[in-house]
Design a protein around this ligand. Structure first.
Ligand code: ME8
Length: 632
């Protein structure tokens, strides 16, 4: 039986706009999936979309769309985004998929049957944005959501509850027996502290809206969106509909998530699985947040960076390299475009790009094919030792998800490669036939180093590694080929284009600043202050006389009564309203508009009307009010 590896990302809220912060979870999970595939694991990598709940329903209503139609459109955006970011997921689960809905109902039914779900009354606070319930104990006096800081709704309704409290002790036991269950360890300790305080039962159904999975035995309730969402990790791999697949992949090897959803994954989800008598995932890894100037990147903070913009400017390989190298996985990390550019120029263009180019150019100048080694000389031992050590540590660090360390180590080897060239001075051997064998060995050793580096980098620098191997006439044929002197000699090589062109920082237009500036301009343009608004004097007026302006289809001359004053305005509503139909109507005008003349006729003010693509309607007041009344 082959080894399997099951890795997941959270399923994304369908109505959220993905940014580089949220894409981070998936980008990292993709690296791990590719690494495990390379290691020979039968890997299953799952992502998807979280589509139920009040928040989605509200957004669908605001967009005047049926929630399913709305979800279909939005889910597509995620599928396309991941494709654009070269994400290699094996499946894409949607919580509106039939098999998922059925599995959620199976969970709910079974947990109810065994008494772990019961009916009760919920009274407390709810964050529509995070779809999270909070108790007074979690909140300050201002009653805002501890995660997103938006005001909470006070709710009181009959709900089904999950007997989470019952699982406090079993969970504590599991945490103790499996010290690697939640990582990093400081996040595990947070969870243990919560457990030591004791868990409370949680509400797992809602009745105030119907966009969700119906509770099978009480369909006026829909299943709480988090209960529904967590089940995706088993529904997508066949729980309840494909036993063979489910048994093959479950329990998951790792759930990658962001730190703010750790409680749901490390406490609620395992308790649900215990209730279902299913094995628990082997690991939950809760990473930190990407920040900009110390603030979490998020749409609502206005600091969202579109990953597509970054990838278009710098390429996926470079963006991924930067994220994994500069941001210690597990901790929060500041995203900086300047640092990304530094990494591209220093590490990718200079260190790696030059090593590959120098080596391949020397081979093509001196040999018809990639030469074999024969004459071992100075520094070869050192190179062999460093290569072997780097590979050994690579496995260790990648298995620990310590990408920063894995990459730092690989770069030690890359840098040593450049140093090896300087020390062995192959260019001096090129013109001396007696040194041809040594030259061949030096170039073989360098090729071997580069091949090993390319293989180790291939889960991260996917295209670059593939290019390097192709140009060197090498193929990846299993992880056993990662190692000293396993390069196949005698093959044709191609020098190829530079891997990463240097970015000239003096001429380069940074993409984030540009979008930020643009955003700012748009924002500044579209926003008015209360002082701006106060400059407008809007008043109610009654139309006392109306007539067409000769030779114009559109313009009408209106005489208005504004608190006893007679005013004349010209209005472009003649195609829609006849003069007769307007008499006696109360309208809204801009009272302090600078007078002007239209077709030679004085207009002293302007009426307000609403217009869409084919209709126009004047604004009137709701009920009786004196003319001259101010609008504020
Ligand atoms: O939480 N830095 O979905 P989501 C790093 N639907 N990671 C970030 C981030 C940032 N600035 N902003 C967001 C949900 N994320 C639920 C999950 S799973 C059963 C249900 C991460 O769309 C966040 O931590 O709000 C999470 O891992 C992912 O983006 C999706 O978040």
């Amino acid at each position: 039986m082959s080894k399997t590896f099951y890795v997941t990302t959270p399923i994304y809220y369908i109505n959220s706009d993905p940014h580089i912060g949220s894409a981070y979870t998936t980008i990292v999970a993709d690296v791990v999936a590719r690494y495990k595939r390379m290691m020979g694991y039968d890997t299953f990598f799952l992502t998807g979309t979280d589509e139920h709940g009040q928040h989605v329903l509200n957004s669908a209503r605001a967009a005047k769309k049926d929630p399913k139609v709305f979800s279909d459109e939005l889910s597509r955006r995620f599928v396309d985004l991941w494709k654009g970011l070269e994400i290699s997921n094996d499946a894409f689960v949607r919580t509106t998929d039939d098999y998922h809905v059925k599995t959620v109902q199976m969970f709910f039914q079974k947990m109810h049957d065994k008494g772990d779900i019961y009916i009760g009354k919920y009274e407390g606070w709810y964050c529509v944005n995070c779809e999270t319930f909070w108790t007074d104990k979690d909140l300050d006096e201002d009653k805002v959501c501890p995660t997103c800081h938006r005001p909470l709704e006070h709710v009181e309704e009959e709900n089904y509850f999950f007997r989470l409290s019952k699982y406090t002790e079993p969970l504590l036991k599991h945490f103790k027996e499996h010290p690697d269950f939640v990582e990093p360890d400081f996040r595990r300790n947070e969870m243990i502290r919560i457990l030591e305080d004791g868990l409370e039962d949680i509400s797992v159904s809602r009745t105030s809206f119907d966009w969700g999975v119906p509770v099978p035995f009480d369909p006026k309730h829909v299943v709480y969106v988090w209960f529904d969402a967590l089940v995706n990790y088993v529904s997508a791999i066949g729980y309840g509909w494909n036993e063979e697949m489910f048994n093959k992949y479950w329990p998951a090897d790792v759930h990658f998530i962001g730190k703010e959803i750790n409680r749901f994954h490390s406490l609620v989800w395992p308790a649900m699985l215990m209730s279902m008598e299913l094995p628990l995932p082997k690991k939950i890894f809760a990473h930190g947040w990407l920040t900009v100037n110390g603030e979490k990147i998020s749409k609502s903070k206005g600091n969202a960076i579109d990953p597509r913009v970054l990838v278009k400017a710098y390429g996926m390989d470079a963006v991924k390299y930067y994220l994994l190298r500069d941001i210690q996985f597990g901790n929060d990390g500041n995203f900086s475009e300047d640092n990304l550019i530094v990494r591209i120029n220093a590490d990718l263009a200079n260190d790696l790009g030059n090593l590959v180019r120098r080596t391949l150019s020397m081979i093509s100048q001196n040999f018809d094919f990639l030469p074999n080694f024969s004459e071992i000389g100075a520094y070869d031992d050192e190179l062999e030792k460093l290569t072997t050590e780097t590979i050994k540590e690579y496995f260790k660090f990648m298995d620990e998800f310590n990408f920063t360390k894995a990459l730092t180590n690989i770069w030690k080897l890359v840098k040593f490669g450049n140093k090896y060239i300087d020390l062995t001075e192959p260019w001096l051997m090129a013109h001396d036939d007696s040194k041809k064998a040594r030259l061949a060995t030096v170039l073989y050793n360098l090729s071997d180093l580069i091949r090993n580096v390319a293989i180790m980098l291939s889960p991260i620098l996917v295209k670059t590694a593939d290019n390097i191997l192709k140009n060197m006439g090498q193929r990846f044929e299993g992880i056993e080929t990662l190692g000293w002197h396993k390069t196949v000699p005698g093959v044709k090589i191609t020098v190829g284009e530079p891997l990463f062109p240097r970015i000239d920082t003096k001429k380069w237009k940074k993409v984030i600043n540009m979008t930020k500036e643009e955003d700012k301009k748009i924002e500044e343009k579209s926003q008015v202050t209360i002082d701006d608004f106060a400059k407008l004097d809007l008043r109610v007026a009654r139309i006392v006389k109306a007539e067409r302006i000769p030779k114009s289809e559109k313009l009408l001359k209106l005489i208005l009564d504004v608190d006893g004053e007679e005013r004349q305005i010209v209005a472009g509503i003649g195609k829609v309203y006849t003069p007769e139909s307007l008499l006696g109507r109360e309208i809204i005008i801009i009272y302090n508009l600078k007078p002007t003349k239209l077709m030679g006729i004085e207009s002293n003010g302007m009426l307000l009307a609403a217009k869409d693509s084919d209709k126009l309607r004047i604004l009137t007041v709701d009920g009786q009010i004196d003319t001259g009344a101010k609008i504020s």
